[in-house]
Write a protein that binds this ligand. Structure first.
Ligand code: SAM
Ligand code: 2KA
Ligand code: SF4
Ligand code: MG
Length: 210
């Protein structure tokens, strides 16, 4: 049981349910290939059936952790900190990102955008989900749009989402891992026909790193 005091600190974003942290190479999207420290925050209600981190969903299984200790630790590893989850925007990202910025660290987020936008971010990767669409405000500030392609309808969904993002946003199609053999040829063909899109692969899975 978590005390009411801890629940209040989590509500304020001063503590966060921390699932795991690891220093690795960003595998996906625009910053692919760049060393970064990942902070995976528990809690997600979006429910993607193909989610590759379902253990993250239940916030109660991840210990509420003081943001000061998360930041002190992260600053030992890298100048670039990727906040992921779970769905990080489940929580108020304001205090965590303010503390990271105070240490002059680059703040990146991986998000579905399904909850209100909070935090100070140097890079926003928006990966929208059909079952819980992004809140409107994130489309104007996203730096990259990364649509997961599980079936052919996802190309239509990708175009709908591309209509909504700002003009500078870089557009990626990323195969859902379990169907990659089937979807990669379709994505390659689609990108050659529609070159405003780029291919993103989960390169960390090919490299056998976290
Ligand atoms: C696990 S999610 C956590 C962050 C946030 N909840 C989100 O979905 O953006 C991190 C990234 O992995 C992608 N992802 C999750 N499962 C995947 C899978 N099976 N194949 C390809 N990409 C996947 C998500 O779309 C997202 O871009
Ligand atoms: N190496 C590596 N790159 C990633 N990019 C996004 C990830 C995520 O799960 O959010 C991820 C991840 O889990 N590992
Ligand atoms: S939104 Fe992200 S963490 Fe949540 S179920 Fe979907 S892929 Fe997994
Ligand atoms: Mg991942």
């Amino acid at each position: 049981m978590v005390s009411e005091q801890v629940m209040d600190l989590v509500d304020k974003g001063l503590m966060l349910p921390l699932m795991e942290e690891f220093y690795t190479i960003q595998g996906e999207g625009y910053h692919k290939g760049t060393a970064a420290y990942f902070i995976r925050v528990g809690g997600c209600d979006v429910g993607c059936h193909w989610c590759d981190v379902k253990e993250s969903w239940n916030a109660e299984t991840h210990p509420p952790t003081q943001i000061a200790s998360i930041v002190d630790n992260a600053s030992n590893y890298s100048d670039t900190i990727v906040i992921t989850g779970g769905e990080p925007l489940t929580w108020d990202m304001g205090p965590l990102t303010a503390a990271l910025k105070e240490k002059k660290l680059q703040t990146h987020i991986e998000t579905s955008g399904a909850y209100p936008f909070t935090g100070i971010w140097d890079w926003i990767c928006l990966s929208p989900k059909k079952n819980k669409l992004p809140e409107e405000e994130i489309y104007a500030v996203a730096h990259e749009l990364k649509v997961i392609v599980y079936n052919k309808h996802d190309f239509i969904f990708a175009e709908e989402q591309a209509e909504k993002v700002n003009g500078k946003c870089i557009l990626y199609l990323q195969p859902e891992w379990s169907v990659r053999e089937k979807m990669v040829p379709l994505i390659v063909d689609y990108v050659m026909k529609n070159p405003k899109w780029k291919v993103s692969l989960q390169t960390h899975k090919y490299l056998n790193i976290p």
